[in-house]
Ligand binder design. Structure first.
Ligand code: ZN
Ligand code: ZN
Length: 131
């Protein structure tokens, strides 16, 4: 499985499966992805190989312990890491090429979702994070 940012200066390869599939409706994801929600593919951090310059991807701390990984050239959102889940990396699903195999998905932070976007699928919804 592979992916890249929009400009192509950052490429990545993932060995192993996507273990977690979520749509996050929090206001930070909505702004950072410029969208109604952000979709993430949770993988083992050690399974991801970044092919890019040493100083990429850039990091932005959106809240304590939450690092947002993005391309310093085109600005594409690429991933999120959370300090209390050091083995995990949540890739921006839109940056992954093709049609990867996904586990069952779910919605998180629907308590702060955009009012103009109705969720019409039958996936589980969590007000904040799953228990
Ligand atoms: Zn880029
Ligand atoms: Zn979010």
């Amino acid at each position: 499985m592979q992916g890249r940012c929009e400009c192509g200066q950052i490429q990545f390869r993932v060995d192993g499966d996507i273990e977690d599939y979520s749509h996050c409706h929090c206001s930070q994801c909505r702004r950072l992805h410029g969208a109604a929600f952000a979709s993430f593919a949770g993988v083992q951090r050690d399974n991801v190989t970044w092919l890019c310059a040493q100083d990429e991807p850039r990091l932005y701390t959106s809240s304590p312990g939450h690092e947002r990984w993005f391309c310093g050239h085109c600005g594409s959102s690429l991933a999120v890491t959370i300090s209390n889940e050091p083995a995990a990396l949540y890739l921006a699903l839109g940056a992954i090429e093709g049609n990867p195999e996904l586990p069952a998905g779910y919605h998180i932070f629907v308590g702060s979702k955009a009012e103009w976007y109705p969720i019409t699928d039958g996936l589980p919804q969590f007000f904040e994070e799953p228990d």
